[in-house]
Design a protein around this ligand. Structure first.
Ligand code: MRU
Length: 345
């Protein structure tokens, strides 16, 4: 399986460049926290858990490269710069807060030890994320019907995490358990994470994947061949409302209309229990050029007015269950999510 992000022995952070896949498998090397912030902003690395890991490594790079005399004044700027990259995925803020907590607890220790502990923590967050995805896979595999097609939206795979994936982790685990399934991947306009990343990733693993355009999802959900939908999440409110890639809401409504279970796979770090409902989730607005152009080629008249929200919120009534590393939450989500997050702490 592909390595999404790595801390190298010479203290740099290397990421596979997800803006260039699948045409080219190339890597970006980040030496500073500003490099990491730019990689997150420009979507070299994307996907909620992956940007959490990247942010943690960014904080560690900042602590490593900043002279000791200015570190205490610079540290808040390091965290703010990384936090200002993308607003929706709560994993980003979760990871920065965890690094911040450790930094404060190391006050008074020799600088070499503080630096080593910060780097070790960032590496630990990465390893934990892989283990979490594998646990999500184990909990979710049983939900996937044998002999059917699974529909997914965007990329919630190894590329969107430190490895294995959340939604694709469930699919991988179901395949490993011997289930005969194939995957329909929505292309996921405008950034094409489904076409470019999900199909590529599944092909690497030899899992049968068929690409469909987003507007075909309803047609196939009605056909009876889709056994379930599995998607990831960027932020889940206390009531189970789910923010995920734009277009997820339409898929969820169509799934319910056609009696197809709609599962969300996400780590506990994607829960935001401070928000009572999805209404409070900030939705990232991205550049118009992502909509007006495809690979640099204009597809709309010059000057066209554009909206480009990167995420939407699926109300909890469309969600059959939420699969986490601590088990499967079912409605009413207010109770089940709180219980699972208590188990995690
Ligand atoms: O804009 P992106 O590509 O970062 O959006 C990614 C998604 O919406 C994923 O479905 C989500 O982050 C879950 S990834 C395990």
């Amino acid at each position: 399986m592909v390595e999404t992000i790595e801390w190298t022995p010479d203290d740099t952070v290397v990421m596979i460049d997800q803006t260039r896949l699948p045409r080219e498998e190339s890597y970006v090397t980040c030496r500073t926290y500003q490099d990491v912030a730019e990689a997150i902003r420009s979507m070299v690395i994307r996907g909620a858990p992956a940007i959490g890991v990247a942010a943690a490594m960014g904080v560690a790079l900042g602590v490593l490269r900043t002279p000791e005399v200015s570190l205490d004044t610079e540290f808040p700027r390091i965290c703010e710069t990384l936090a200002a990259t993308r607003p929706t995925a709560v994993n980003l803020f979760w990871a920065i807060d965890r690094m911040k907590g450790l930094y404060l607890s190391l006050d008074g220790l020799p600088i070499a030890e503080r630096r080593a502990r910060m780097v070790a923590e960032a590496k630990r967050i990465k390893l934990e994320d892989i283990a979490i995805c594998e646990a999500i896979g184990r909990h979710g595999a049983g939900l996937v019907p044998d002999g059917k097609t699974v529909l997914t939206h965007c990329n919630a795979g190894a590329l969107a995490t430190a490895g294995y994936g959340t939604a694709l982790g469930v699919i991988r685990a179901a395949v490993s358990a011997g289930k005969k399934i194939d995957v329909y991947a929505d292309e996921t306009r405008p950034f094409l994470q489904g076409a470019r990343l999900t199909v590529w990733e599944l092909q690497q693993d030899g899992i049968a994947a068929t690409l469909i355009t987003d507007n075909m999802a309803g047609h196939f959900l009605k056909s009876g061949r889709i056994g379930c939908v599995v998607v990831g999440a960027d932020r889940i409110a206390a009531n189970g409302d789910v923010a995920n890639k734009i277009g997820t809401y339409s898929v969820a409504v169509l799934a319910k209309e056609n009696g197809v279970p709609f599962y969300v796979a996400a780590p506990i770090s994607t829960l935001d229990l401070t928000l009572a409902s999805g209404a409070g989730i900030p939705i990232e607005q991205r550049a118009a050029v992502e909509v007006t152009h495809v690979f640099g080629v204009p597809i709309a008249p010059e000057g066209t007015a554009v909206e480009n929200p990167a995420f939407d919120v699926t109300p909890n009534r469309y969600v059959t269950a939420i699969v986490t590393e601590h088990g499967v939450a079912e409605p009413p989500f207010e109770d089940s999510l709180r219980r699972l997050s208590r188990d995690a702490s």
